[in-house]
Design a protein around this ligand. Structure first.
Ligand code: GDP
Ligand code: MG
Length: 449
């Protein structure tokens, strides 16, 4: 989503970083270019204006002009401002209510409400260990209620049984009773959208809201629609008072303007990002991590979190530390492989790694064989715990055993070991900031083929 903005900012900063010192004129030119890059990314004009106004005094202050690494300082100033416009800190979903707590998802047709309600349910169920009931109030679109039911069944979630021709308010009332009887902690209501804002829809949502008294009224908005999504949020907020926002299709090739303008324009926090069609493709929104990603500094923390959704907190912390230190083991690698498969390939993982906007393209062009991922997984699974942590001990006889266990040729094992060595070297370099930005060594690419 932020590819184009990232590469533009990257080239602006690269120019400035090369200069041993900066004068006022150079900084002002840099600011102008940043302004243009933000506008081109479809960030709302008032937000861009404020952004530049806020960083200007810092950027042309004595500190930066007299500094020995002025470009680097400017990056830091822009980073801080990005975090600020994105909302400073991440905000958790509000569940503070006498159970059952109701969550209402609203938005236009096709924005991703139904998909998001299921993703959100799974996320909340896992994180807070709560019992959840899902309810579709969409009686207009044919088979909309069945869509939710099927998604719930597929993902072992409870949904309210459908009664034909029942009206939304009656469904809502029945849901509250059912949640009471089944001891559900949370009810997630998926509502009907329209192709555009209309009075009937708003009135219906108002009535539903009065009935279910939600702790969260969340707008689900398609980030690909850019400024339209931001205007939509303003309209919805006026009519039904939103508490937060979920942006979907952040995995798409939109320009990122919606994500960047939403908080400042509406004052409402973005709580999650939809990053794909699968159930796990919902990320908690973290302003600092997104700012990192936009500046091409990668998002190691999200990567590790994603890769280890089923691990406990301590393990996540340990893996995170390993990555940062560059102490990379086969266990970390296994976690990545699995995540790569889950996320449908290298692309997803790479976009989260530090400084890889260019590497991503290289990978794409290099035609990495995804079948190799499965073979590599089998090999790692055939290693003992010790071997995974200290690959140096993998001798000839150990190789033979691993080869038998994984049903692969010795050659494949040698290749994986070599590849692993390169990966961990690369991680070390990246974590120390020594990697030439976004470059992957050719040997590594060839080895992945
Ligand atoms: P609704 O009409 O608002 O209920 O929208 P749906 O939940 O039915 O979603 C419409 C389409 O968008 C479906 O094909 C979803 O799989 C897809 N979709 C939803 N969220 C995302 C997302 O974050 N990324 C991508 N790529 N597709 C999404
Ligand atoms: Mg729907």
């Amino acid at each position: 989503m932020f590819d184009s903005l990232t590469s533009k900012l990257d080239s602006i900063f690269n120019k400035l970083k090369k200069a041993p010192s900066l004068n006022k004129g150079q900084v002002e030119t840099g600011l102008k270019e940043i302004r243009e890059a933000l506008l081109a990314a479809d960030v709302a004009l008032p937000v861009v204006k404020k952004f530049i106004e806020d960083i200007k005094p810092k950027a042309i202050g004595q500190e930066i002009i007299q500094s020995t690494s002025p470009g680097q300082m400017l990056v830091k100033i822009v980073y801080d401002e990005l975090v600020k416009i994105l909302g400073e800190k991440s905000e958790e979903i509000n569940l503070k209510a006498v159970p059952p707590a109701s969550i209402l998802l609203v938005g236009l047709q096709g924005s991703g409400k139904t998909t998001t309600s299921v993703k959100l349910a799974k996320n909340v169920e896992k994180k807070y260990k709560k019992k959840i009931l899902l309810v579709s109030l969409d009686i207009y679109r044919p088979a909309a209620q069945e869509q939710l039911k099927v998604l719930c069944e597929k993902n072992s979630l409870n949904s309210l049984p459908i009664i034909k021709d029942e009206l939304p308010l009656d469904i809502a009332k029945r849901a509250k009773n059912a949640a009471g009887l089944s001891g559900s902690d949370i009810i997630i209501f998926d509502t009907a959208g329209r192709t555009q804002i209309d009075l009937n829809m708003m009135n219906e949502i108002k009535n539903i809201k009065t009935e279910v008294k939600p702790v969260e009224t969340i707008l689900v908005a398609d980030s690909l629609t850019g400024q339209i999504a931001v205007n939509l949020a303003t309209e919805f907020d006026k009519a039904v008072e939103l508490t937060s926002i979920i942006l979907t299709r952040v995995d798409g090739d939109g320009r990122g303007g919606a994500a960047l303008s939403m908080r400042q324009t509406t004052g409402k926090p973005i709580k999650f990002l939809g990053v794909g069609e699968k159930i796990d493709d919902l990320e908690t929104f973290h302003p600092d991590r997104l700012a990192n990603r936009i500046l091409g500094m990668g998002d190691v923390v999200s990567l590790v979190e994603k890769a280890s959704q089923d691990l406990d907190e301590e393990k996540i912390k340990a893996a995170e530390e390993n990555l940062k230190k560059g102490a990379f083991t086969f266990n970390d690698y296994l976690m990545q492989l699995r995540q790569m498969k889950k996320m449908g390939g290298m692309d997803g993982v790479l976009s989260l790694l530090p400084g890889v906007s260019k590497a991503k393209e290289q990978m794409k062009n290099a035609n990495i064989d995804e079948k190799l991922l499965s073979a590599n997984e089998a090999i790692i699974l055939s290693m003992t715990k010790k071997e995974r942590e200290n690959p140096e001990i993998i001798s000839g006889s150990r190789r033979k055993r691993i080869s038998l266990g994984s049903g692969t040729e010795a050659q494949a094992i040698n290749r994986l070991l070599k590849q692993f060595k390169m990966m961990s070297k690369m991680m070390k370099k990246m974590s120390k900031g020594k990697m030439p930005k976004g470059q992957l060594p050719d040997e590594l690419l060839n080895n992945l083929k």
